[in-house]
Design a protein around this ligand. Structure first.
Ligand SMILES: [Zn+2]
Length: 388
């Protein structure tokens, strides 16, 4: 509703999502009509007329986390692991936005051109019409299939499809054909990603650095493999040569994740790093996957925790052209409120995450509405925000 006003006060620490300035000098945030309106010191803000007040009680507020790589199928059910409510579980891990890398686990998935077009539009619609537990799922990410023509990409774009799923998981297996199709997708405003690394499950194949470079997608999907990573020299080559987003996933090789991080840092390309889970996958669903990546990269990759959070918020938002993931006027009021987990070492939340510990989540907010309170999945937070 346009006249709804949310005030979040007593915020102990506010993270911006911006890698160039990750911490804001603010203890209060105001959203109007589900959009960020203002933030700063409470005394300087107009908090009158609030319809909802959250007392953060000193905890940290960050933009809601973004999972750049998921494989949804329909609603809050995945046939991959026969699991219900995996999206709700992931919301309890702080994720408020998910981006499909292809609805690959759909039983009986069509691989012919017209079937591919139909399913892409349908998948975009059913997640646009229904947000599981409030989570924004950007879906309708078709695979590149033999026989797709420019006309099909035009039809899909007109039908609302904005994504291309992992190149290599469809019947197009060569860089030349993939590059031609990605060109059509880009012409019609669609973003693309690619499966990087060895085969993930029986039926998928190897995509090496040459194919990634030849195809030229907007995202180098799971540069650390999903799960088998490319040899080190190929990962370094991709970091050196790609202007695309470099995506690290939970369902990948952790050593390759650290190699990517260290190489990107040496090249001054930390702004290209984004995070995903790749769930549901053979390794299961990963409700805390994004938090675990933030903590792992911070602790083992020596990245300040406030920067690691940017990999899962502002970096992804900028690369994906989303109106979430950053504390910015007019952006969606999607937040995660979290605190140091009970009995976790470290003097502050950031120090504790930097030591490899997960934070405890106390609340999520999407479009200015509270979507979950104390997480049932994270370790318990020391302090909890409160709906006043
Ligand atoms: Zn993959």
């Amino acid at each position: 509703m346009a006249d709804e006003k949310l005030v979040i006060r007593n915020i102990g620490l506010m993270l911006s999502g911006r890698i160039e300035a990750p911490i804001l000098d603010a203890d209060c945030l105001i959203a109007e009509g589900g959009r960020i309106a203002a933030w700063g010191k409470e005394a300087d803000l107009d908090t009158e007329g609030a319809t909802t007040v959250i007392d953060a009680r000193g905890v940290t507020l960050a933009p809601g986390l973004i999972d750049s790589h998921v494989h949804p199928v329909v609603g809050d059910y995945t046939p991959r692991q026969q699991q219900l409510h995996w999206i709700d579980s992931t919301l309890h891990g702080g994720v408020t936005t998910m981006i499909s890398a292809g609805e690959v686990h759909m039983p009986g998935r069509p691989n012919d051109p017209i079937g591919t077009v139909a399913m892409a539009i349908a998948a975009q619609r059913w997640y646009d019409n229904l947000r599981p537990s409030g989570v924004k799922v950007h879906a309708g990410a078709p695979l590149l299939q033999q026989g797709l023509e420019e006309e099909h990409f035009r039809q899909m774009a007109e039908g609302g499809v904005k994504l291309i799923g992992e190149v290599g998981l469809g019947t197009v297996k060569d860089g030349k054909t993939a590059n031609r199709m990605i060109g059509w997708a880009r012409k019609y405003g669609m973003q693309s990603t690619i499966h990087t690394g060895g085969p993930s499950i029986p039926g998928s194949g190897l995509i090496d650095a040459d194919m990634v470079l030849e195809t030229g997608t907007d995202v180098v999907g799971h540069i650390n493999g999903g799960h088998s990573a490319l040899p080190d020299d190929q990962i370094v080559c991709l970091c050196e040569n790609c202007k695309a987003a470099l995506e690290i996933v939970h369902n990948g090789n952790e050593r390759a994740a650290l190699l990517t991080l260290n190489t990107a840092r040496e090249l001054g390309k930390l702004d290209q790093l984004i995070l995903g889970t790749d769930g549901p996958a053979g390794s299961g669903v990963q409700p805390l996957g994004i938090l675990r990546m933030v903590a792992m990269l911070s602790a083992l990759g020596n990245v300040p925790a406030e920067i690691a959070f940017c990999f899962a918020t502002g970096n992804t938002a900028r690369r994906r052209d989303l109106d979430v993931g950053l504390i910015e006027k007019g952006f969606a009021a999607d937040f995660v409120l979290m605190d140091q987990a009970q009995h976790a070492p470290g003097k502050t939340l950031l120090e504790s995450v930097g030591l490899g510990n997960l934070p405890g989540i106390g609340m999520t907010v999407i479009d200015g509405k509270v979507t979950s309170q104390r997480s049932r999945n994270t370790p318990p937070a020391t302090r909890l925000p409160e709906l006043v």
